[in-house]
Write a protein that binds this ligand. Structure first.
Ligand code: SF4
Length: 315
């Protein structure tokens, strides 16, 4: 008889790839097939090391700056979207753009542009330095007395906003934030600016929302949550945050070589999820790792069936 401890492992559903990530990866592979390597991609097309390493092996070249790309090449814009300045630079360098921006990020860009054209002061709720935030902030090239763009990350930032409450004001948000944290910031914006306008539907995307909803259920009766995802994946980090905020142990992992079996000590019920950019193979590798140290009773949980599919661009 095995003397390994027995652990119940619940697999979250939905987990892993969303429609925007799936589309972005397909776009890189299609471009490689059609034009041959190298295909240049500005920024990691999706935030997952395993996916990026695979695409590099297939001939994709990831760069941060447009200036690094030989003139006349194809360039793919990542799922996080880009600023107008990046698009202009690509044109200046005679690059042929292929846009892998997730359509749900494009929706936010459209909201920003429409509001700016109607002379709104726009508040973006998001994390400074994230490429999606840079792309969305970069939809507005110049602030004017009538229309401007402001980033807030916390309620404290809202308190510091220097916009007169009698101006036209609206807000949008990054697509991959914590729904609850964002709601608190929106509530404080509404107190400070009673006339503020918001998007018709939340900018937080369906995939982020669904994965967060499952974690909120898992924390009720699991004593550890492991999220498969890379450190730079915003939506994956938010899943860990939610579990920690509820007082349940949680961590992020994308390299199973770094798996530390000590995390299993005294744990009876573990929940596993994966961020929207994490491939299923990493989840399966994690389960194998846990099985090396414990006897695993695996349960695939029921959940919302995601049917969203985004059309591929023509190129
Ligand atoms: S997480 Fe949401 S916004 Fe980001 S690529 Fe996926 S569907 Fe699009």
């Amino acid at each position: 008889m095995s003397n390994k401890n027995i652990i119940n492992v619940s697999l979250a559903n939905p987990r892993g790839f969303c429609a925007g990530v799936d589309r972005a990866i397909q776009i890189v592979r299609l471009a490689l097939k059609k034009f041959g390597p190298p295909i240049y991609v500005r920024h990691e097309v999706v935030h997952n090391k395993y996916v990026i390493d695979e695409l590099k092996n297939e001939g994709a070249v990831f760069v941060e700056e447009i200036e690094e790309i030989p003139r006349g090449s194809h360039v793919i814009f990542s799922a996080h979207g880009v600023s107008k300045l990046i698009k202009k630079k690509a044109k200046k360098y005679n690059l042929i753009p292929i846009d892998a921006t997730c359509p749900l990020v494009t929706k936010v860009h459209t909201e920003v542009n429409q509001m700016y054209d109607k002379d709104y002061h726009i508040v973006l709720i998001g994390h400074a330095g994230h490429p999606e935030v840079e792309g969305t902030m970069g939809q507005i090239e110049q602030n004017s007395p009538n229309a401007s763009m402001h980033l807030v990350q916390t309620i404290d930032d809202v308190n510091k906003l220097n916009i007169s409450a009698d101006k036209k004001i609206s807000y949008v948000s990054q697509t991959t934030l914590s729904f609850d944290d964002t709601k608190n910031i929106i509530d404080s914006l509404k107190v400070k600016f009673p006339n503020i306008m918001g998007p018709k539907t939340s900018d937080i995307c369906y995939a982020t929302q669904n994965r967060q909803d499952v974690i909120k259920k898992l924390v009720l009766d699991h004593d550890l949550i492991i999220v498969v995802g890379s450190p730079n994946s915003s939506n994956s980090n938010r899943l860990v945050d939610i579990a920690l905020q509820k007082g349940v142990d949680a961590f992020l992992i994308d390299d199973m070589k770094k798996f530390n079996p000590d995390c299993l000590k005294n744990k009876k019920k573990i929940g596993i999820s994966a961020g929207a950019s994490a491939p299923e193979i990493l989840v399966q590798n994690l389960i194998k790792k846990i099985k090396e140290h414990s006897e695993v009773k695996l349960i695939e949980l029921d959940g919302v069936k995601e049917k969203v599919i985004f059309k591929l661009p023509r190129f």
